[in-house]
Design a protein around this ligand. Structure first.
Ligand SMILES: Nc1ncnc2c1ncn2[C@@H]1O[C@H](COP(=O)(O)OP(=O)(O)O)[C@@H](O)[C@H]1O
Ligand SMILES: [Mg+2]
Length: 479
C-alpha cells in the first residue's frame, strides 16, 4: 500500500499542519506535498490519491520538459539552417564569381591566343566585341575607332541587331556617351542610364534603360579608340568591375594593333632592303655586261687579229697569243656565270621552271627537279622562289655532304610550295650564316613563309610557301 512520508508543514495563515510528502519521479529529487489544517493527517485513500497525482504531475512535468527541450532544439536547428542558408548563399555567390571569372579568363585567353598568333586586327576586333557581349550578360559589345574629326567609326559590334549602330557607321562624339567620355578623358568611363544623357549617340539608343561602360584603346601614347559594353542595368553590378573587365580586352586590342603595325613596317622595310639589293645586282650585271664584257669581247677580237697577223718568228708568239685568247674567253665565260648568278635574266625571260632547270643542271650534287605546273607565276613569287632554290642548292654543295637533292615546286589551291631536300648531314643553322636569313627576309618580304628543318644526320628540308592573290603571272600562260 502506498504511503507517504508524514511530517509537519507551517502554512501561512493556518499554522503548523500535518503534511504528507510523496516523491516525484520527475524532475528528480522533487516532491509533492499536501498539508491540511487541523489535526488529521491524510487517510490511506487520500495518500493513494496523492500518489496518483504525483505520477500525473511527474508525467506532466516530464512532458513539459521534453517540450522545452524540443523547442530549444527547434530554435537551434532554425538558427543552424539560417546559418546554412547564409553559407550557401555565400558559396553560390563565390561560385558565380568564380564561374564568371573563369568565363572571363577563357574569353581573354581566346583573344590573347589570336593576338599571339598575329591574327589580323579586324578579326581581333570582331572576336573582342563578341567576347565582351558574352561575359556577364552584356548585350552589346562594341569596338570603336576615334577619327581625327571628333567622330568615331564602329569597327566591330556584337549583340542584337535592334541596336542601330552598324559596323562601318560613323558617329559624332558630341554631347554625352560612354565613348565621348573615354574620348575626352582617355580613361575608363560609364554611363548609368542613357535616358539621362543627350547627344547623337544617346538619341540613337533604344528608349529603354541602357547602361554602358567603356575603356580606352591606347597605342603607344595615342588614344586609338575604345571598347564598350552596353546592356540593361544589372542590379548590384559594379561599374568599376565592368570597366576593369572591358579594359582588359581594350589592352589586348592595343597589342594586336601595334603588333600588326610593327609587322607591316617590318615587311615593308624588308621589301625595301630586298628591292635595293636587287637593284644593285641589276646595275652590277648591266655594268658587267655592257662595260667589262664588251671590253673583253673587243680585246679578244683584237687578239685574234693579232694572232692571224703574228710573224712566224719567234715561233712561241702565236702560241702565247693563242693561250691569251683561250684565257680571255675563259674569263668571259666566268663573268657570264657570275652575272647570271647576280641577276637571273633567264628567270624573267624563260620563267621559273626554265631558270630552275639551269640551276639543277649546274649543281655539283645530283639534283632532280619536279615542277608540277606550267603557267608563269607572278614575279613577286618567281624571284624569291628562284633565290630559295639557288641558295639551298649552294648550301647543299657547300655544307651537306649529300648524295642527292630533290627540288619540288607545285602550285595548287592558290598556294605555291617550293621545297629543296637533301640527304646530307643536316644541322643547318639559320643563325650561323647570312644566306638562309637572307632567304627569310626575301620570302617574307614577298608575303610568303619560310621554314627549314634540318635534324642532325637526317638531311635538310627547306620550304617556302607563297599564297597567290588575284594577280596573274608575268606574261605567258601556257596550257
Ligand atoms: N643543306 C645543309 N646541310 C647542312 N648544313 C647546312 C645546310 N645548309 C646550311 N647549313 C649550315 O647552316 C649554316 C647557315 O647557312 P647559310 O645561312 O646559308 O650560311 P652560309 O652558307 O653562308 O654559311 C651554314 O654555315 C651551314 O653550317
Ligand atoms: Mg649559304
Amino acid at each position: 500500500m502506498a504511503t507517504g512520508r508524514r511530517t509537519e508543514l507551517t502554512v501561512p495563515g493556518s499554522g503548523s499542519c500535518p503534511a504528507t510528502v510523496v516523491p516525484l519521479e520527475h524532475p528528480a529529487g522533487s516532491h509533492l506535498v499536501v498539508a491540511r489544517s487541523g489535526p488529521d493527517a491524510l487517510s490511506v485513500d487520500e495518500v493513494g490519491l496523492l500518489h496518483a497525482m504525483a505520477r500525473v504531475s511527474s508525467m506532466t512535468l516530464r512532458m513539459l520538459s521534453l517540450l522545452d527541450e524540443e523547442r530549444a532544439l527547434r530554435t537551434e536547428s532554425q538558427r543552424q539552417s539560417a546559418e546554412n542558408a547564409r553559407l550557401l548563399a555565400t558559396l553560390t555567390e563565390h561560385q558565380e564569381l568564380l564561374e564568371r571569372l573563369a568565363v572571363e579568363q577563357a574569353a581573354l585567353r581566346r583573344v590573347a591566343t589570336l593576338v599571339a598568333k598575329g591574327e589580323r586586327p579586324e578579326v581581333i576586333f570582331a572576336l573582342v566585341a563578341q567576347e565582351i557581349a558574352r561575359i556577364s550578360n552584356v548585350e552589346h559589345g562594341f569596338v570603336v575607332r576615334f577619327e581625327d574629326d571628333a567622330t568615331l567609326t564602329i569597327v566591330a559590334k556584337s549583340g542584337s541587331p535592334e541596336m542601330p549602330m552598324p559596323v562601318g557607321s560613323r558617329w559624332p562624339l558630341d554631347g554625352d556617351s560612354v565613348a565621348a567620355r573615354v574620348y575626352r578623358t582617355g580613361r575608363p568611363a560609364h554611363v548609368d542610364d542613357y535616358r539621362d544623357v543627350t547627344g547623337t549617340i544617346a538619341a540613337a539608343m533604344p528608349s529603354v534603360a541602357f547602361s554602358s561602360v567603356g575603356a580606352p584603346i591606347v597605342i603607344g601614347e595615342r588614344l586609338w579608340g575604345a571598347a564598350t559594353a552596353t546592356s540593361v542595368p544589372q542590379p548590384g553590378a559594379s561599374a568599376a568591375d565592368a570597366e576593369g573587365r572591358v579594359a582588359q580586352f581594350a589592352d589586348l586590342i592595343a597589342i594586336a594593333i601595334s603588333n600588326a603595325d610593327a609587322r607591316a613596317q617590318l615587311t615593308a622595310s624588308r621589301a625595301r632592303v630586298v628591292a635595293a639589293a636587287d637593284e644593285a645586282r641589276r646595275r652590277l650585271e648591266r655594268n658587267l655586261h655592257d662595260g667589262i664584257q664588251q671590253g673583253l669581247v673587243s680585246l679578244a677580237l683584237g687578239l685574234r687579229e693579232a694572232e692571224s697577223m703574228a710573224p712566224a718568228d719567234p715561233p712561241e708568239l702565236p702560241v702565247v697569243i693563242s693561250r691569251l685568247v683561250d684565257g680571255l674567253s675563259g674569263v668571259m665565260d666566268e663573268l657570264r656565270e657570275i652575272s647570271r648568278g647576280l641577276h637571273p635574266a633567264m628567270l624573267s625571260e624563260g620563267g621559273l621552271e626554265f631558270a630552275l632547270r639551269s640551276l639543277a643542271r649546274r649543281s655539283a650534287v645530283p639534283a632532280t627537279l619536279t615542277v608540277r605546273f606550267t603557267r608563269r607565276l607572278p614575279q613577286r613569287v618567281e624571284v624569291p622562289a628562284y633565290y630559295v632554290v639557288s641558295e639551298a642548292l649552294t648550301n647543299v654543295v657547300k655544307h651537306a655532304r649529300a648524295s642527292g637533292v630533290d627540288i619540288d615546286v607545285d602550285a595548287t589551291n592558290g598556294v605555291v610550295r617550293v621545297s629543296v631536300r637533301d640527304d646530307g648531314v643536316g644541322g643547318a643553322d639559320i643563325r650561323r650564316g647570312s644566306g638562309l636569313i637572307g632567304l627569310v627576309d626575301r620570302v617574307e618580304a614577298a608575303g610568303g613563309a619560310f621554314t627549314i628543318s634540318s635534324p642532325p644526320g637526317k638531311g635538310t628540308a627547306v620550304l617556302a610557301t607563297f599564297v597567290l592573290g588575284d594577280e596573274v603571272g608575268a606574261d605567258v600562260v601556257s596550257p
